[in-house]
Design a protein around this ligand. Structure first.
Ligand SMILES: O=P(O)(O)OC[C@H]1O[C@](O)(CO)[C@@H](O)[C@@H]1O
Length: 251
């Protein structure tokens, strides 16, 4: 795992955007994996700026999203369909036909999980997958205890995850209890992974990740089984790390 230590959220967001833009410059038909949550918002702001000011084009890019809440219409303000449209897709030139987000309103969620995996296998592998990390170590919505061999599946959200996401909804009661998510195995099939962590709320999780111990109770630790992961972490999120076992490549 490469670790890029930066001073703050805005530097993390800029660095992540440059890595994605380099990927697109290298291959304008790149397949990108996007995440939701608070962490990538600054990154998406930078990508929009890169598109508007510098003409970075997403015309031929394909995208996959990690997850979606169950029980919300895709036009609900809290859905990840809405999140991606409002925070990125409406401001770049990506083709709506090139966007894949799991559907949570399918009659059979079992079939939807199968369909999503098949689409990833048909179009993929994902060239560059963006990930945030939950305060409990989740990636996508793979909560502690998730099977490392999991593909797309339905999960019950941990209480801490619902709490962490309350600010996207009016109250805790409005945060859905279940979600559909790409599994750990599906995420690890990506060619390259870019993990972002910012702020003191993530400090415990970053410390545990960088201890190098792999445990089912800490899903992000499975990233140690991937050959090309870069973590961009800011000072606040890094402050509990004793720096053992990781290569610091940039400041
Ligand atoms: O970025 P946040 O809001 O701290 O959330 C961490 C992670 O949890 C999720 O909300 C769950 O998928 C991700 O979208 C995000 O990367």
């Amino acid at each position: 795992m490469k670790v890029i230590l930066v001073s703050n959220y805005s530097e993390m967001s800029e660095k992540a955007a440059r890595i994605i833009e380099e990927q697109i410059n290298k291959n304008d038909h790149s397949i990108l994996g996007f995440a939701t949550g608070s962490t990538p918002l600054g990154l998406y702001g930078n990508l929009i700026e890169g598109h508007k000011k510098h003409g970075v084009s997403y015309k031929n890019v394909q995208s996959f999203n990690l997850d979606e809440y169950l029980g919300l219409d895709k036009n609900h303000p809290g859905s990840y369909h809405t999140f991606m449209y409002e925070n990125l897709f409406k401001d770049i030139d990506i083709s709506m036909e090139h966007i894949q987000i799991p559907h949570s309103s399918s009659l059979s969620m079992e079939q939807e999980c199968k369909r999503y995996d098949q689409v990833i296998d048909r179009i993929g592998p994902i060239d560059l997958q963006i990930l945030g990390i939950g305060s409990n170590g989740h990636i996508g919505f793979n909560e502690p205890g998730s099977n490392p061999n999991s593909t797309t599946h339905v999960v019950e959200l941990a209480a801490s995850t619902r709490n962490d996401n309350t600010h996207f909804f009016g109250s805790l009661e409005e945060v859905p209890t279940h979600a559909i998510t790409m599994g750990i195995k599906s995420i690890l099939k990506s060619k390259r992974i870019l993990l972002l962590a910012s702020g003191k709320r993530k400090a415990e999780a970053v410390k545990r990740l960088l201890s190098g111990d792999i445990s089912e109770m800490f899903p992000a630790s499975h990233l140690w089984n991937h050959h090309d992961v870069t973590l961009i972490v800011d000072q606040e999120a890094y402050k509990l790390v004793n720096q053992k076992g990781c290569e610091e490549v940039d400041r």
